[in-house]
Design a protein around this ligand. Structure first.
Ligand code: FPP
Length: 243
């Protein structure tokens, strides 16, 4: 297949992906759902490489939502285990490729052994700057906004800020990734037309792309299809054409 060439100014700086469809992929093959998650995990390395090769600087992946705790216990336990496996297995590769890994979400509610691995890998990769990889684990967009509001109201209570100081720019500083650009493009695999509590604040002006392909089947061509469409869009941020 021919490679798509996209001018760098037409590429998203920040790509966010809702990796949906693991369960259906497994079911279609007569396999347990967890098998879909295992294959879905392997896909992350590919996507990271495709992003690096194209010059995308920030990649945010939705791995586990606050609401995903409501799944069967065995599935949740398996996911917690493969997050650990991923962090262990990928460490050398992340260092070699210059990837800074961050986990966003309510990390303090995750199992202790996973928390320890997250802390260690975030510390060890923090000087890398080829690609910024954010894994959203135990993440909720509403919860992120609530967490920011809690920090800001604590500062207000201490008299460090006044209510009238609170604006969009100040609020942004209390989100989980204050120093990263907002996502330009969100890709959702698996065909569902919804946002599912992902990066609610940050996606105010993001472009959306839904692929019917299930996450374990997602290919480089599927990514390029989304990027090509993104490059053709006119982003107006509420202004009008030619402004
Ligand atoms: C959604 O598919 C996917 C998840 C809830 C888990 C995502 C996890 C991975 C891709 C693997 C591991 C990730 C890391 C960061 C190591 P679904 O189960 O809702 O699929 P369905 O809609 O077909 O049921």
């Amino acid at each position: 297949m021919q490679k798509v060439k996209i001018l760098s100014e037409k590429l998203p700086q920040h790509l966010a992906i809702i990796m949906d469809g693991n369960g259906r992929w497994a079911k279609n093959k007569g396999l347990p759902r967890i098998e879909g998650h295992r294959v879905g995990m392997e896909k992350i390395r590919d996507v990271m490489n495709w992003c690096r090769q194209r010059g995308i600087k920030v990649l945010t992946l939705y791995a586990f939502s606050k609401q995903n705790w409501n799944r069967p216990r065995e599935e949740v336990e398996f996911l917690m285990r493969i997050f650990e496996v991923y962090l262990e297995k990928e460490f050398d590769n992340l260092m070699e490729k210059g990837v800074m890994l961050r986990v966003i979400g309510r990390v303090e509610e995750l199992p202790l052994s996973l928390r320890k691995k997250i802390k260690k890998i975030m510390q060890k990769t923090k000087a890398n700057e080829e690609l910024f990889l954010n894994l959203a684990i135990n993440y909720g967009g509403q919860e992120e906004i609530v967490d920011a509001a809690r920090c800001i109201s604590a500062l207000a209570r201490e008299g460090k800020i006044l209510p009238e100081d609170i604006d969009v720019e100040l609020f942004r500083k209390y989100l989980y990734t204050p120093n990263l650009p907002y996502p330009d493009l969100i890709i959702r695999s698996g065909g569902e037309l919804r946002i599912s509590n992902f990066l609610l604040w940050q996606i105010a002006y993001a472009e959306l792309w839904v692929s019917s392909v299930l996450w374990p089947d997602f290919t480089e061509q599927d990514l390029d299809e989304a990027l090509k469409d993104f490059a053709s869009r006119e982003r107006r941020y509420g202004a009008i054409k030619g402004d």
